[in-house]
Design a protein around this ligand. Structure first.
Ligand code: FEC
Length: 323
């Protein structure tokens, strides 16, 4: 009988309910308790989206759907596993479980398309540490997939759909923002601002994460012939560090001042409807646009849409062929 290949699908994690927000927030902050004010703010943001915590459920559906897609395409027999960074099932516990269930070979993929030392790398590091500590499956990782042709055409169609929701007049003069999660920066010796990871590792000036978001924007804009577009950063954390800019909340009023009649947001760095979409975009950014007097439209998130599962099947399928 052919071996079962473990498919570890990883994501950020979320609270299991309102009573779990403090634990979750403390975990995100590396074990440091948030201030009562920050905790209240976060609790209020979840309340504003109806105390929805869909990330675990959607990622589970993505993992199961992707395993079925890969098995159906004849790449082998895949068993789905879920690994989260800040909530159960934690990545290291899942790696242990995979080993105890006899998985010898595994593929890891993070539900974030662009590579950064502060995102994708932190997931694969956790897996590698768990494997080194306890022995475990032999892993290979999809390190980035933002530029896979299937994903780009999927996202391009979503951007076109978001434009189609506008009236003709709004669409005529709309500006498209491609966004991803901001990262904390620090001023380093030479006076420049870098994300913490680049500072620590002294990596090249050209930041992979920023480059990849810009590349996403350029490629989609070329296909759709968008003339007014750019990148911006969203969802900066409430920490003392400065975060990468420009933040989307500052860009939107500037677009209104520059005479744009609408803003279309493609949150290209995320794939799921979660707090950073349902609150930061649908409530916060939409209100900023309304206050500035311009229309707001955003791309639908991929979630576990069957078309997106086919995209992920292409991404992991190509990885399997190449590795
Ligand atoms: O719906 C949900 O419950 C979860 C939504 C969620 C996603 C997400 C993705 C990313 N984060 C990234 C970096 C940071 C850094 C800090 C940070 C803080 C928070 C807080 C919440 C939160 N993040 Fe997040 N993130 C999500 C939610 N994130 C809530 C804490 C409240 C706040 O400060 O606003 C700062 C940590 C610190 O305090 O030191 C850094 C990155 C991603 C995208 C890649 C990925 O998905 O892994 C990068 C989803």
């Amino acid at each position: 009988m052919s071996e079962t290949i473990g498919l570890l699908v990883m994501a950020y994690g979320t609270a299991s309910g309102p009573e779990d927000i403090e634990r979750y927030y403390t975990d995100i902050r590396g074990g440091r308790q948030p201030s009562p004010e920050h905790l209240q703010e976060l609790t209020d943001r979840y309340a504003a989206i109806g105390n929805a915590f869909p990330l675990t459920e959607v990622t589970t559906a993505e993992a199961e759907g992707l395993a079925d897609t890969l098995t159906g395409r004849g790449f082998g027999r895949f068993r789905p596993y879920l690994g989260m960074k800040h909530s159960p099932p934690f990545i290291s516990d899942t790696v242990d479980r995979m080993r105890s269930e006899g998985i010898e070979r595994a593929i890891g993929i993070v539900m974030a398309p662009h590579w950064s030392g502060m995102s994708i790398q932190t997931y694969t590091d956790r897996v590698t540490t768990a494997v080194l500590e306890h022995g475990g499956p032999r892993f290979s990782f999809v390190q980035q997939w933002y530029d896979h042709p299937s994903f780009l055409s999927f996202l391009t169609a979503r951007v076109a759909d978001a434009h189609a929701k506008l009236s003709d007049a709004e669409r005529e003069n709309a500006y498209t923002i491609f966004s991803a999660h901001s990262l904390p920066t620090r001023t380093i010796d030479d006076g420049t601002m870098r994300c913490k990871y680049c500072t620590a590792r002294r990596c090249a000036d050209r930041c992979t994460y920023a480059f990849q978001l810009r590349d996403t924007a350029d490629r989609i804009a070329a296909v759709l012939d968008l003339r007014a577009y750019g990148t911006a950063w969203q969802s900066a954390g409430r920490t003392a560090d400065p975060w990468w800019g420009p933040p989307i909340e500052d860009v939107i009023p500037e677009l209104a001042k520059a005479g744009h009649s609408a803003v279309v947001v493609c949150s290209a760095g995320f794939v799921t409807d979660h707090l950073e979409i349902l609150y930061d975009l649908d409530i916060e950014a939409a209100k900023i646009a309304a206050d500035a007097g311009i229309a707001f439209s955003r791309t639908e998130m991929p979630n576990a849409d069957p078309a997106f599962l086919e995209v992920l099947g292409d991404v992991v399928g190509d990885h399997l062929v190449e590795n």
